[in-house]
Design a protein around this ligand. Structure first.
Ligand SMILES: NC(=O)c1ccc[n+]([C@@H]2O[C@H](COP(=O)([O-])OP(=O)(O)OC[C@H]3O[C@@H](n4cnc5c(N)ncnc54)[C@H](O)[C@@H]3O)[C@@H](O)[C@H]2O)c1
Length: 360
């Protein structure tokens, strides 16, 4: 059996422009900056409305300059800087209004709190001709890059089925801003899977979904468990099942994405969800039915993980587009709004409820 080689890492820009951060919270600490350190991307300045937080981040990551306000950030940022926005979804539109025409911005997901806000963000980006992408970094996780390479080489044949299952104990208290929100699980978590599916299969015709809270976390009213069926007709079958309130120990925790095709299958454990944000090791397994020697499950060694390496690809993709090194910006706001539309359909479906039982 030949040992296959698959692409696992994002293509880096030849000359990375400088980065200016707006929002210096948990995700910047856990993933953005560790990723940029690996990739050699330079952060030249940052701003957070919480001055103490900003100072902590400056000391930890040697940010050369902290700004006192959004207007100062925009005035002092180098002309060619990419603005790296990582704030709650509701704060994005106001920040974008201040960004000068034609500048580059990478915006943390979600693209606003609902489709109406996403539309507002899209309009601002269009009016100000911003080169804007949403940070749907799961598309650039090394295990996803490898799976995509394998699928594009035709090794698993026609894609029939994609399935996500997450059963873990998610520390929601890390994000106090989520608690009062009406939409949480799909909008802030499963959105990664919805977006990833779209990157492989395009937008679905429709969505069936149910999202509910959990008795152990009634104050998280925006949902801690979801079931989402993305409807593509007969093929592919796609579903996402998440339960973030699995408090029964690590042994039965699960976090995987599975791809099944006419000639093989891939199953990836995304360990990040199982002990967030440190994670447990990922596992990439695949089977190729055409393998005459031994059509059995094999593992592929993957270097890097969702945190932080996926965040290299999200930024690199925008930088390469800005530099003219590529014509494609996969997570542009123009594409990302379709992910937001899919999420909107999921909430509408959940609200409508299932088909009522006929009278007997
Ligand atoms: N894998 C992922 O893609 C991932 C994971 C976690 C969080 N996120 C996203 O990142 C965003 C931030 O999440 P977090 O975990 O860092 O939350 P956080 O609460 O730790 O940090 C948010 C930071 O933004 C700052 N802030 C808020 N409004 C601001 C404004 N107007 N200008 C400047 N700073 C402002 C806050 O002071 C805070 O420091 C969220 O939208 C979340 O969805 C993405």
């Amino acid at each position: 059996m030949p040992q296959f080689e698959f692409r696992q890492s994002a293509i880096l820009p030849a000359n990375p422009p400088p980065i200016v951060s707006i929002g210096l919270g948990g995700i910047v600490h856990d993933a953005h900056y560790p990723a940029y350190q690996i990739a050699g991307f330079e952060v030249v300045g940052g701003f957070d409305i919480n001055g103490e937080r900003a100072a902590m981040m400056r000391d930890k990551f040697n940010i050369p300059q902290l700004y006192d306000s959004l207007s100062q950030t925009i005035a002092l940022a180098p002309e060619d800087a990419v603005f790296d926005i990582a704030v709650p979804g509701s704060a994005i539109a106001n920040i974008l209004r201040g960004i000068p025409r034609g500048r580059a911005v990478l915006i943390q997901k979600p693209m606003g709190e609902d489709l109406a806000e996403a539309g507002q963000i899209l309009r601002i980006c269009r009016e100000q001709e911003l080169v804007a992408a949403i940070n749907f970094q799961l598309r650039f996780a090394p295990f996803v890059i490898a799976a995509r390479d394998m699928i594009e080489q035709g090794l698993i044949g026609e894609l029939y089925d994609m399935e996500f299952r997450v059963q873990c104990n998610t520390p929601w208290r890390l994000w106090p801003f989520l608690f009062p929100l009406p939409r949480v699980e799909i909008l802030y978590h499963s959105i990664h899977y919805v977006d990833l599916v779209r990157s492989f299969c395009g937008s679905p015709r429709g969505v069936h979904a149910k999202t509910v809270s959990h008795p152990s976390a009634p104050d998280l009213r925006g949902g801690a468990r979801s079931m989402i069926i993305m409807d593509y007709g007969e093929n592919p079958r796609v579903n996402v099942m998440t339960n973030h309130s699995h408090v029964y120990g690590a042994e039965k925790e699960q976090s995987y994405v599975k791809f099944e095709g006419s000639k093989g299958a891939i199953q990836i454990r995304a360990g990040l969800n199982m002990n967030y944000p440190e994670g447990v090791p990922d596992r990439f397994e695949y089977i190729l039915l055409d393998d005459r020697d031994d059509p059995s499950w094999r593992t592929l060694d993957i270097k890097g993980s969702w945190f932080p390496e996926a965040f290299i690809g999200a930024m690199a993709s925008l930088m390469r587009y800005v530099n003219g090194e590529t014509n494609s910006l996969p997570t542009s706001v123009e594409d990302a709004i379709q992910t937001m539309a899919t999420v909107e359909a999921a909430y509408e479906s959940s609200q409508q409820g299932g088909a009522p039982l006929p009278q007997v």
